[in-house]
Design a protein around this ligand. Structure first.
Ligand code: FES
Ligand code: FE2
Length: 345
């Protein structure tokens, strides 16, 4: 089951430069394409003539041409050409999904189109600020439910165990981190403070800290699948009065989890370098360090999904550090309930 009346990342905007892209979203086969005027569109990936997948076709002047017998569909899914006949039946159309291009993403709405309000799309303005926050992005296909990946990001005590050799550092630093949590209508925002801690390996590679450091991580979960993250670090003592405007080390991450099926998802993520913005090598390094760390998450969460599929969830125990994760799950359950009763927007 999925929340349908919500915006999900369907793709990075640059994923469809080369032609149509097939992607299953919330269980449905979707084709994404950009027409001759550069307008991006999302259609059901099945031709209304004989059912061929539309992603096997090509983009032509008037729209997306089916690769089987050449029917052409515009960005609204309306058939605008049938080879060999002039009259186009009214019913010759395929379902189209609301799609909005914003901040480098294509956001899709899988629910009732009448409820799709672009004003509610999660905003990531730093993706457009290539001067101060140069970023890199990609997508990892994950063989696990989207919610398991969100769980992973809501309980960062895994950092010391899953990411010990990369972004994590000492496990107890994470378990002992002080948490400040604020609940919001669509999720929660929390800050983790790790004051006077030993810098983890990747931080030291980024900035030559000489002694202990203050670390802060700000996470905002916005249902159903977006997490905005700011990570910062500076010399120990710097964060005594809260997080300053700028830190010696600071970067932003975007995490977007879009369900593919009940047990698989698309993990869209980006890294933005806010501490040595004029150095492309740093932007590249930050991305590749995080890329390695996220493969560690992928591996553990896919293993978890395999066990849950095999043995079920009965008997799992919640512990104290699950607090943020549990709040997130309650929010999602409430939205799922509203969604199934047609209340969500
Ligand atoms: S199946 Fe698409 S044109 Fe025939
Ligand atoms: Fe992780």
């Amino acid at each position: 089951m999925f929340i349908r009346n919500a915006w999900y990342v369907a793709a990075w905007a640059d994923e469809i430069e080369a032609g149509p892209l097939a992607r299953r979203i919330c269980g449905e086969p979707v084709v994404l394409y950009r027409d001759a005027t550069d307008k991006a569109a999302a259609l059901i990936d099945m031709c209304c003539h004989r059912g061929a997948p539309l992603h096997m076709g090509r983009v032509v002047e008037e729209g997306l041409e089916c690769g089987y017998h050449g029917l052409i569909f515009d960005t609204d899914g309306v058939c605008v050409r049938i080879p060999g006949q002039d009259r186009i039946p009214e019913r010759a159309r395929v379902r189209s999904f609301p799609l909005v291009e914003q901040d480098g993403f294509l956001w899709i709405w899988m629910g009732d189109p009448a409820l799709a309000d672009p004003a509610t799309i999660v905003s990531c303005p730093w993706h457009n600020d290539t001067i101060n926050w140069p970023h890199k992005h990609t997508m990892y296909p994950i063989k696990a439910a989207a919610m398991l990946m969100v769980d992973n990001l809501m309980d960062l005590t895994h950092l010391g165990y899953v990411h010990g050799s990369t972004i994590g550092g000492n496990p107890m630093t994470h378990v002992a981190a002080k948490m400040e949590t604020v609940r919001t209508n669509l999720g929660l925002k929390f800050t983790r403070w790790m004051l006077n801690s030993v810098p983890p390996p990747t931080y030291l590679r980024a900035v030559p800290f000489e002694g202990r450091i203050d670390r802060a991580q700000v996470f905002e979960f916005i249902a159903p699948g977006s997490i905005l993250q700011l990570s910062a670090a500076d010399e120990a003592g710097t964060y005594a009065n809260g997080l300053p405007e700028n830190s010696k080390l600071q970067f932003r991450l975007f995490h977007g989890l879009t369900p593919e099926t009940d047990t698989s998802c698309h993990y869209f993520w980006s890294t933005a370098n806010g501490f040595r913005a004029d150095d492309p090598v740093t932007t590249e390094q930050l991305f590749s360090e995080i890329a390695a760390a996220f493969l560690e998450d992928k591996s553990v969460v896919e293993g978890q999904q395999a066990r849950l599929t095999e043995l079920g969830e009965n008997g799992l125990v919640d512990i104290t550090t699950d607090a943020a994760r549990l709040h997130m799950r309650r929010t999602v359950d409430r939205l799922m309930d509203e969604d199934s009763r047609g209340l969500a927007a």
